[in-house]
Design a protein around this ligand. Structure first.
Ligand code: ADP
Ligand code: MG
Length: 358
């Protein structure tokens, strides 16, 4: 391409813009002048969230962002596994006892989670919750459970035992002791929900970063958005830049939430079959898809599967692309995303290659 160099520069300009989403609303507003871009940063769903949108005016964008913040808190109040009055707490308290009436959105999320469980042959399963709790990831009171405890708790894992009655709008966990945890898809769902919500409010351009979940809304001055892909081994570095349009980029990795006990690191992505943190040679999995909820579920699931199964799974699918980073420092991008990914990780000792469908 003739103007390659210039495009690259623009692209990095956009990318670096994303990296300073930590600025206050006023800073961004000043930097972008006539762009009418406004950024906000909040803490919700146990993570830091940055949202940048471009409105008709700075004032209208600020107003819309303030409303969006409330939308997030409302979703959190439904989906939280720790808030006492959430739909999820209510469902879990009544496991083995009775169906409970919940919001339509909770039903939609659980249905989607059940679909992903089937699709991934159980690598993703929201009924993994009793095990996640036993490791202390829900409350941050970390501990290494005894083998017998894990063996008992994995017997409660099976999404087939979640009964949904759509007419009555109820959810029932059939076995006492069962529990669900939407942590693996809640941010993806929230990102999808918000991007639709923003579009309804007339916002044609924006980028949201909800923890490890990034979603693009439209384009920025006609360019795709640049998203830096974090180096899992160095929080201040990235291994490349991805270009996205109206898409989600979701990363799951063991480096994000973990604790150390007797020299060993235990992270928060659990293999539902074993009850132990998944250790299949991957350090991060990034999914790129127009379905943010699915991307979130798949990033967790493919991390559990490990590289070989994950690549097979991708070869049989047609609605997402992926970038895998392995413990032995390989960065592997699936062919559908390779043109939109600029690898920069050589200096950190990473080796890059593309994975093909056939
Ligand atoms: P993060 O929430 O850090 O972005 P993930 O999207 O990978 O990371 O979700 C991990 C969360 O999902 C865990 O904190 C836990 O609540 C839950 N979880 C862990 N393992 C699984 C699994 N195999 N299937 C479904 N949910 C899981
Ligand atoms: Mg996930």
């Amino acid at each position: 391409m003739k103007c390659n160099k210039r495009l690259k520069c623009l692209f990095f300009a956009v990318a670096s813009f994303i990296l300073f989403t930590g600025c206050t609303m006023e800073d961004i507003a000043k930097k972008n002048g006539k762009d009418n871009g406004v950024t906000t940063k909040i803490f919700a769903m146990n993570t830091v969230m940055n949202m940048t949108i471009y409105g008709e005016s700075i004032e209208s964008a600020k107003k819309i962002l303030a409303e969006a913040e409330q939308e997030i808190y409302q979703l959190e109040a439904l989906f939280s596994a720790t808030m006492k009055n959430s739909d999820i707490s209510y469902i879990n308290e009544n496991a083995g006892k009775s169906p409970v009436k919940v919001s339509e959105q909770t039903i939609t999320m659980i249905e989607k989670a059940k679909e992903i469980q089937k699709l991934t042959n159980g690598a993703f399963d929201i009924t993994v919750s009793p095990v996640v709790k036993a490791w202390g990831f829900t409350t941050r009171n970390f501990r290494v459970p005894k083998k017998e405890e894990i063996t008992k708790l994995i017997s409660y894992i099976n999404s087939d035992w979640i009964t949904i009655n759509k007419e009555e709008q109820t959810v029932f966990l059939e076995k006492p002791g069962m529990a669900i945890d939407l942590g693996g898809i809640a941010k993806g769902y929230t990102a999808d929900y918000l991007s639709n919500w923003f579009e309804q409010k007339g916002v044609a351009s924006g980028i949201l970063s909800l923890g490890g979940n990034v979603i693009g809304i439209g384009l920025h001055n006609g360019n795709k958005w640049g998203v830096a892909l974090q180096d899992p081994l160095n929080e201040n570095a990235s291994v490349g830049i991805l270009k996205i349009g109206n898409q989600s980029v979701v990363t799951s990795g063991g480096y994000q939430r973990n604790f150390e006990k007797d020299g060993k690191i235990y992270h928060h992505i659990i293999n539902p079959k074993t009850g132990y943190p998944a250790e299949e040679g991957l350090i991060s999995v990034t999914i790129i898809s127009s379905d943010g909820t699915k991307a979130d579920g798949l990033s967790t699931a493919l991390f559990v599967m490990g590289i070989e199964q994950a690549v097979d799974f991708w070869r049989q699918s047609n609605d997402f692309e992926a970038i895998f980073i392995t413990e032995d420092r390989r960065v592997l991008a699936t062919e559908g995303i390779a043109d939109d990914f600029q690898f920069t990780g050589e200096s950190q000792g990473y080796q890059y290659s593309t994975i093909f469908k056939k």
